[in-house]
Design a protein around this ligand. Structure first.
Ligand code: G3P
Length: 218
């Protein structure tokens, strides 16, 4: 499973890239606004840190506008994935870019029917939002299960399931069990993945025991 980080904060991206675990980055207009930085400048900087796909979202609502914005964004770096919303206009823009070989992430997916449309539009990634479904009392992971099952029935579908709106480590583990290709994870949740109290306890005991024995390796 690939790990993308869902942020526009350069400090977090650099820190997590240094672990060697980072396969890409996703941003959205909210995350860009939160960073307080210029959109193009911050995307350019992210692309210089990470080799994998970096999603940059268009803000136009019509196909023409999305294509104009997407063309500008695609010029920033080769690893840009144009992010478009799951609307008919977005799907038309998706088809335009993927037929030219540019990666596209179709975002704001909340149903299996929408995911099927994105695959038909040749999307590189489909982004179903699990947390936001949980927030309204639906089960976000049921949607991931449905999409993974449907996509697996058709070997010609190359669209990768990119699980978004992740709120906790269980979302990632459940998505991995279902065979989702990518999880885009907030930095705080990605850092949580390593924690286990028995690891900390065991390590403290090993350090103490070797100290007591009076030995060290080097
Ligand atoms: O980038 C899309 C998605 O991950 C947003 O997550 O937490 O705003 O629902 P959230």
């Amino acid at each position: 499973m690939k790990f993308f980080v869902d942020t526009a904060e350069i400090k977090d991206i650099k820190d997590l890239a240094a672990t060697g675990m980072l396969d890409g980055v996703t941003t959205n207009p909210t995350l860009i606004a939160k960073s307080g930085r210029d959109f193009v400048e911050v995307i350019k900087e992210i692309c210089s840190i990470v080799d994998g796909p970096v999603s940059a979202e268009v803000t136009a609502l019509d196909t023409e506008g999305m294509i104009a914005e997407g063309e500008k964004l695609a010029k920033i770096a080769e690893n840009i994935a144009i992010k478009v919303p799951l609307t008919w206009d977005g799907l038309k823009a998706c088809k335009h870019f993927t037929s030219k070989g540019t990666m596209v992430n179709v975002t704001l997916c909340f149903s299996a029917a929408q995911a099927l449309l994105a695959a038909k539009a040749g999307a590189t990634f489909i982004s179903p939002f699990v947390g936001r479904l949980d927030d309204i009392g639906q089960n976000g992971m049921d949607l991931i299960a449905d999409i993974c099952q449907i996509y697996s029935m058709y070997p010609n579908i190359e669209t990768e399931v990119l699980v978004a709106s992740i709120r906790n480590p269980n979302h990632i583990i459940d998505a991995a069990k279902m065979g989702a290709h990518v999880a885009t994870i907030p930095p705080s949740v990605l850092r949580q993945l390593i924690h286990h109290p028995l690891t900390d306890k065991g390590l403290a005991a090993f350090v103490e025991d070797i100290k007591k024995s009076g030995q060290k390796v080097a």
